[in-house]
Design a binder for this molecule. Structure first.
Ligand SMILES: [Ca+2]
Ligand SMILES: [Ca+2]
Length: 420
């Protein structure tokens, strides 16, 4: 009886030990933000972990299952779901393993959309704000950040100062697009002795100039607004006050009126008939002048071109005028020059950039009609100064001819007359 009880106790002990060795060790998985995959397994003490399917998490890579969060403790599963360690925890309670996740990184290209400089690309880590960037710059525009779509559309990821706004939430390499707005600039109008019309106007960079009302000036025709007086520099307004060009100066700017006068008015001679031609004609202007009012100026010709001013006189007599030039020249005045011709023959030429008005009085001999020409000529390359010629105050003085009347023995009556 005693033996029997002892045997039962041994058998009971052996049975209990056998039960403990084969116990179902339930291991559950804490996916820590992930979803899907195996929820739990039954492990066998001393054996590799049973195969599992992996959980997934947007923007993160699975790094295995561990006894503590974030990859701490002992690892029992690899990133591919294979056993990393034989099961060696003897517990009858369900045991929990924790998923390890590593945030993915993505290349982010910054499309400057016409801008220059600043950061060109960054590496963004999913779930975290991407690194600060240096903003790009663009002449005439203000930067407003980087967006997921062009033209300021989509989601704004960076501020105008280059600070990240959002934690990165895209799961592929991505291009962000600079958002720009065109700047506005005050334009002032220098009427160049004119009056009336628009005085100030706001222009938007890259846009057509807004319409203006025109100034007026007695005896003159408005010829548009330019960056320099006398139609120099760049033209931004037509003679009718409409845009001649999109605004492209990133600064407050003064534009100058161009005034045109008739050639006879500019040359102060209503008796002679003037005509102008060549590659571009002479014209009457009010900026460069000898008489304080106006003068004729040659057209803005290019290399190997001519601009001429013509009239004709009945000789003999003297042509008197003031002229001036600002051009590329050398000692022989053979590069660019302003010349005066009588009957197609060069009588005189001037060059250089001293901007001195010179007075000429040139005798035109011989009866009959003589053609007179002022011609601004340019050679094949280079320019200097204002690259044009001017003529002012043209007078024609016919030679006075005395006709003696020989009375051949008669008396009284007229003895002589003068003729022009
Ligand atoms: Ca004049
Ligand atoms: Ca030249």
């Amino acid at each position: 009886m005693k033996t029997t009880r002892l045997t039962f106790a041994v058998l009971l002990a052996l049975g209990m030990a056998g039960t403990a060795y084969a116990a179902p060790y339930v291991v559950t998985f804490n996916k820590d933000g992930g979803t899907g995959g195996t929820d739990s397994v039954t492990a066998t003490l001393g054996s590799p972990m049973p195969a599992i399917t992996l959980p997934t998490r947007t923007g993160y890579a699975f790094g295995g299952y561990f006894t503590a969060k974030n990859g701490s403790g002992n690892q029992y599963y690899t990133s591919s779901g294979a056993s990393a360690r034989n099961w060696d925890i003897s517990t009858t309670q369900p045991f929990t393993l924790f998923a390890k996740w590593t945030a993915n990184t993505y290349a982010v290209t910054l499309d400057r959309q016409g801008g220059t400089g600043g950061t060109g690309s960054v590496t963004a880590t999913y779930g975290s704000k991407p690194p600060k960037i240096t903003p790009p710059t663009r002449n005439g525009y203000t930067f407003h950040g980087y967006c997921s779509l062009p033209d300021g559309e989509g989601t704004l990821y960076y501020s105008e100062a280059g600070f990240p706004i959002l934690a990165w939430d895209l799961t592929s390499s991505t291009t962000l697009y600079a958002k720009w707005s065109a700047n506005n600039y005050w334009i002032e109008f220098d009427r160049q002795d004119g009056s009336g019309g628009t005085l100030k106007q706001v222009a938007t960079f890259g846009k057509a100039m807004p319409d203006i009302t025109l100034p007026t000036k007695t005896g003159c025709t408005f010829g548009g607004y330019f960056t320099l007086p006398g139609g120099g520099g760049t033209q931004y307004y037509t003679a009718s006050g409409t845009s001649a060009r999109d605004w492209d100066i990133a600064a407050e700017t003064t534009l100058c009126a161009k005034w045109e006068t008739t050639l006879s008015g500019a040359l102060d001679n209503e008796s002679l008939v003037f005509s102008a031609g060549g590659d571009l004609p002479w014209w009457g202007q009010t900026v460069w002048k000898r008489d304080g009012q106006d003068a004729a100026q040659s057209g803005a010709i290019a290399d190997n071109q001519n601009s001429w001013l013509d009239t004709s006189v009945r000789g003999p007599g003297t042509i008197t005028f003031w002229w001036n030039v600002s051009c590329e020249s050398n000692d022989d005045v053979t590069r660019d020059y302003l010349e005066f011709l009588v009957g197609g023959e060069q009588v005189k030429k001037i060059g250089g950039t001293d901007l001195a008005w010179r007075k000429e009085s040139i005798a035109v001999s011989g009866a009959g009609t003589h053609s007179l020409r002022w011609n601004y000529h340019k050679d094949g390359g280079y320019s200097e100064g204002y690259d044009c010629g001017w003529v002012d105050i043209v007078t024609w003085t016919p030679k006075v001819m005395t006709v003696t009347l020989d009375q051949q023995g008669g008396s009284d009556g007229t003895e002589s007359v003068t003729a022009k």
